[in-house]
Design a protein around this ligand. Structure first.
Ligand code: KG4
Ligand code: ZN
Length: 338
């Protein structure tokens, strides 16, 4: 089965061609047109601006993905698209493009949940995942622990009660005068900082799998407001960034370990944009080693939004996921599991 996959849920216009033959998944192309430079000017994503940019980029990105894969549209078996969750004006561009392509070629559409894409892309790193697995989903909009009994079978174990971890990275970066998106910036400057310089809180470390990041964010805000004069000092910025990043990693690693112990999971799957964070990757890897379980993380190019993950999730659904284009619609609040 060969699939054209489309993803426009936030600020990257993406298309990819993926294929499954003899149980093996192959990525034939992966095109991402990033809007980061545009949203950096406003310090975050303005949905209408993202939508207009998707309109400009969508067709060229689809053509590029087809060309790079040496594939004609008529040769794909289905068109997969992220239908949620995400920003509605952004989602609509990908969804309407998929519907139009499907209508004009009489092909089925596979509707994919963005979070399922982030989790499922891990199959490219290890095709023989041992279940049950715990997926730690950490992105700009989500921070969740999900029990994965098999591909496609999910149960939510815990989630943030306020900010998502990626959102906390973005907001703290802003307080420090660092550009959007904040996650990569914080980790970049943190390499020169001391992670113990500030003793920021690790909220809700007690016996729950829910999490909270707004208290940590507020603690950083108080610290920065008290020492505004220090914001010109690169060492101060580096120390705050390193201490904040350490606090986030500590919470995520501790919660994931607890989820593993409570469920007897055999694997941890890391998923979402914050999965690109090197400290988190390293510390989770060590924790899994101590628990004697497998740890799978996406390669860096598959951590942040891309269409390969949407194609992979569609291949995992297979023909059972085929839908008539008329029945496919965007759902900005689609929860993978409630
Ligand atoms: O999955 P993603 O690309 O988009 C959403 O689905 O939200 O995640 C984007 C989030 C942003 O908040 C960004 O700051 C964060 O992922 N991020 C990182 C890193 N790279 C991206 N956070 C921490 N460290 C990173 N290296
Ligand atoms: Zn994402």
């Amino acid at each position: 089965m060969k699939i054209l996959a489309i993803e426009t849920s936030c600020d990257e216009t993406c298309a990819a061609i993926v294929e499954k033959s003899n149980q093996e998944i192959r990525v034939l192309s992966n095109t991402v047109a990033s809007q980061v430079a545009i949203h950096a000017k406003t310090g975050g994503v303005v949905p209408e601006v993202a939508s207009r940019e998707h309109i400009k980029q969508m067709i060229p990105v689809v053509n590029q993905a087809l060309n790079d894969a040496n594939t004609l549209l008529k040769d794909v078996d289905a068109i997969a698209v992220t239908t949620g969750p995400g920003l509605l004006p952004a989602l609509l561009i990908g969804v309407e493009t998929a519907r139009a392509l499907a209508a004009s070629t009489a092909k089925p559409v596979i509707s994919v949940n963005h979070i399922e894409g982030h989790i499922g892309v891990n199959i490219l790193e290890d095709a023989k995942t041992l279940f049950p697995a715990i997926a730690l989903v950490v992105s700009g909009g989500h921070t969740e622990l999900i029990l994965v009994s098999a591909w496609g079978e999910y149960r939510k174990l815990g989630a943030t009660r306020d900010d998502a971890s990626g959102e906390a990275f973005d907001k703290v970066a802003r307080m420090l005068g660092l550009p959007y998106p904040g996650g990569p910036e914080i980790s970049r400057v943190a390499t020169n900082g001391n992670p113990s310089a500030f003793d920021f809180p690790r909220p809700m470390m007690h016996d729950t799998l829910d999490m909270s990041f707004s208290g940590l964010k507020t603690a950083v805000r108080y610290e920065v407001e008290e020492h505004k004069d220090q914001l010109e000092n690169p060492q101060y910025i580096a120390d705050i960034a390193a201490s904040f990043q350490q606090a986030v990693a500590d919470v995520l690693v501790s919660k994931t370990t607890r989820a593993v112990q409570q469920t007897g999971a055999q694997t941890v799957l890391l998923a979402g944009g914050v999965a690109a964070n090197i400290l988190l990757r390293d510390q989770l890897e060590k924790a899994c080693l101590l628990e004697n379980i497998a740890f799978i993380k996406p390669r860096l190019s598959y951590c942040t939004d891309n269409a390969v993950m949407i194609g992979v999730a569609a291949l995992l659904k297979g023909e059972q996921g085929f839908k008539d284009w008329k029945t496919v619609k965007a759902d900005a609040n689609w929860e993978l599991v409630s």
